[in-house]
Design a protein around this ligand. Structure first.
Ligand SMILES: NC(=O)c1ccc[n+]([C@@H]2O[C@H](COP(=O)([O-])OP(=O)(O)OC[C@H]3O[C@@H](n4cnc5c(N)ncnc54)[C@H](O)[C@@H]3O)[C@@H](O)[C@H]2O)c1
Length: 278
């Protein structure tokens, strides 16, 4: 074991099932001696007026999350419910961490959602509603700001911390499969990365980076994107090193989460070099 993350503690968002990219990252953090606390999307007392269908979805999602964590990690891993569209749920996570004196040396933002991706189809940008546009922005981009702010306000994110988020080449380019609305949100996420890196570097010596990862169709988010499997095959052939695996991603995330070093404000590729291809 390389204990480069001992005795540091990291919050990992975005584990939904055994294929979630965040799960691989959490495993690598542990492997390198880091402690993890995890959040999963789930129903909280702050959710009001939900339909039965939405309640069932949130309950099922959280149960799946708990069972993955039980299988992969020790039973005393701290777990919290989080829905980044409800500010109070972020505040509750921060307050619970504070009560238990679980200060963070950083966190992984591995969250994205685009309601215009449905049954293998993606809405053209021209047809987006305001709600669809802002929902993708809120979940996939603004949440990085909100989580950081609340963790700082509640004094659970330590100076010298490191924050990493996950992005994709589709933030910048029109890729071979439709990425559209969520691509716009990823562009915002990357721009937010620069701005936060500047502000938080100056104020707290906190590092903020983002990683553009290879196409990956095995997760729920990836599997929902039309044409991603074909994009995976194309990138596999064209990338000098072939596609990066979730384990490759975990390694890089753990590296960027180290509390030392001077890498910040970077949008870094972990994609086997696909981005250099025309
Ligand atoms: N799959 C790919 O091809 C790929 C490539 C590059 C980057 N990414 C990014 O990696 C990250 C993780 O995706 P993944 O492929 O592991 O899929 P995933 O479905 O396992 O993870 C997405 C996560 O977002 C969470 N989420 C959605 N709405 C939320 C909300 N309101 N509050 C809290 N959490 C919420 C889901 O519960 C889920 O855990 C995403 O940011 C995604 O855009 C994915």
């Amino acid at each position: 074991m390389n204990p480069s993350l001992h005795p540091y503690r990291y919050l990992v968002t975005g584990i939904t099932d055994s294929a979630s990219l965040a799960l691989y990252c959490a495993k690598q953090i542990q492997k390198e001696g880091g402690e993890i606390v995890c959040t999963g999307l789930g129903r909280t007392p702050h959710h009001k007026g939900l339909s039965e269908k939405s309640e069932a979805f949130l309950d099922r999602t959280y149960m799946d999350f708990e069972s993955v964590i039980q299988k992969e990690f020790s039973s005393d891993t701290p777990l919290f419910k989080l829905d980044v569209t409800i500010e109070d749920t972020i505040r509750d996570v921060a307050k619970s961490l504070k009560e238990r004196n679980l200060k963070l040396n950083g966190f992984l933002h591995s969250i994205a959602m685009d309601k215009t991706i449905r049954a293998g189809a993606v809405k053209p940008i021209l047809e987006l509603t305001k709600d669809e546009f802002f929902n993708a922005m809120e979940v996939s981009a603004f949440s990085l700001i909100l989580m950081t702010r609340i963790f700082l306000e509640e004094d659970v994110l330590l100076n010298n911390s490191s924050i990493v988020s996950l992005s994709y080449l589709g933030a910048e380019k029109i890729v071979s499969h439709p990425y559209k609305n969520v691509g716009v949100a990823k562009a915002a996420l990357e721009r937010i990365t620069y701005e936060l890196a500047y502000e938080l570097g100056k104020s707290h010596n906190i590092k903020v980076n983002s990683i553009r990862f290879s196409p990956y169709a095995s997760s729920k988010a990836g599997g929902a994107i039309a044409g991603l499997k074909e994009a995976f095959d194309e990138a596999e052939n064209k990338s000098p090193l072939g596609n990066a695996t979730p384990e490759d991603l975990g390694w890089e995330v753990a590296y960027l989460l180290r509390p030392y070093g001077k890498v910040t404000g970077e949008v870094r590729y972990v994609d086997g070099g696909y981005h250099i291809r025309g």
